[in-house]
Design a binder for this molecule. Structure first.
Ligand code: ADP
Length: 141
């Protein structure tokens, strides 16, 4: 057993297309525990911190525009091996490569040029999770 927590974002496309409930159901169906949940508008500063490895990429301005295009839902969820398992549940970054049954495979698809709109983000390691929880839930520190 490896109890851990992760930071999940339901991105603006997920909120706009009505997938908040679908994503929450998948978390709960796996018996993961929702520890915190809120709807917020991301600031550019939060995004620069969150995507610090991508800020120099040519497609970063597109990510910023997409991620500030509407509210997102930020979630802290906890459970055994949740970091790796939720990333499997989300599927690969590119929705075209995501298998049916994954969140991205069921609720997203590639759609022309620009930022990849893929419904969810989730932390890729315990270290990232702690960093990202501080960014999106500063009031908990
Ligand atoms: P993941 O979200 O699967 O962990 P990354 O951390 O590599 O993937 O990328 C973060 C986000 O940046 C992606 O989810 C996607 O929205 C966007 N993104 C990544 N690569 C590209 C790209 N080549 N073109 C446009 N947007 C991208």
């Amino acid at each position: 057993m490896s109890e851990e927590r992760t930071l999940i974002l339901i991105k603006p496309d997920g909120v706009q297309c009505g997938h908040v409930g679908h994503v929450l159901s998948r978390i709960e169906n796996r018996r993961y525990e929702l520890k915190a949940l809120k709807m917020i508008n991301a600031t550019k500063e939060q995004l620069r911190q969150h995507y610090s490895q991508l800020v120099d990429k040519p497609y970063y301005p597109g990510i910023e525009e997409f991620m500030t295009s509407g509210p997102l839902v930020a979630i802290i969820a906890e459970g055994d091996e949740i970091i790796e398992t939720f990333r499997k549940m989300a599927g690969p970054t590119n929705p075209s490569e995501a298998m049916p049954g994954t969140i991205r495979g069921d609720f997203a698809r590639a759609w022309g040029p620009g930022p990849i709109k893929n419904v969810v983000h989730s932390s890729d390691s315990r270290e990232s999770a702690e960093k990202e929880i501080k960014i999106w839930f500063p009031e908990r520190n």
